[in-house]
Design a protein around this ligand. Sequence first.
Ligand code: GLP
Length: 241
Amino acid sequence: MEVIILPSSKEIGALAADAIEALVRNKPNAVLGLATGSSPLPIYDELARRHDQDGLSFEEVSGFALDEYVGLPVGHYESYREVIRREFTNRVDVGAANVHGPDGSAEDIQGACESYEAAIKAAGGIDLQILGVGTNGHIGFNEPGSSLASRTRIKTLAEQTRQDNARFFDNVRQVPHHVVTQGLGTIMDARHVVLVAFGAGKADAVRDFVEGPVSASCPASVLQFHPRATIVIDEAAAAKL
Ligand code: GLP
């Protein structure tokens, strides 16, 4: 793992955007793994700015979302498909048909998860996966206890995660209990992983996954085994290293 500590979320976003820009300029049909939550927003802001001001094009890029809630109606404002559309793909020139997400409303969820894995494979695999980290060390929605070899599947959210995500809904009761998420094995297949985190609330999780043992009880710790994992954090998130 390479750990890079920067002064602010703006600089974190810019450094991650540098990696994505270098990839896309070198490989115009690159495959990006797209994350939600607040952590990637500075990356998307910076990519949208470079698209507008520097002509950075995503026309041939395709994107695969990390995860999705189960049970939200299609088009729900907080569904991750909508969040990714709003925060990133609508602000650049990615073709709508090139943006994919696990289907949380499928009748056959297991079948949909298998198709999603097949679609990632058919696209040639993910070149660069953007990640945040949960306060309990989850990545995607791989909660503590997730198999380190897991593939895309349905999961039950930890109560901590529902509390953490309640801020996006009117109250915690509206946060779905179930989700579909790329597995830890799926994430580990990405050729480059860029995890961003900022704020004191992430300090325990960052210490545990960077310096603790590799363990299913801290899912992000599996990234210690990744050949190319870049961890970009601020001083507050790095405080307990
Ligand atoms: C969510 C998402 C994760 C995200 C994490 C942290 O539950 N499923 O992909 O990394 O929580 O969110 P935030 O960046 O808002 O702290």
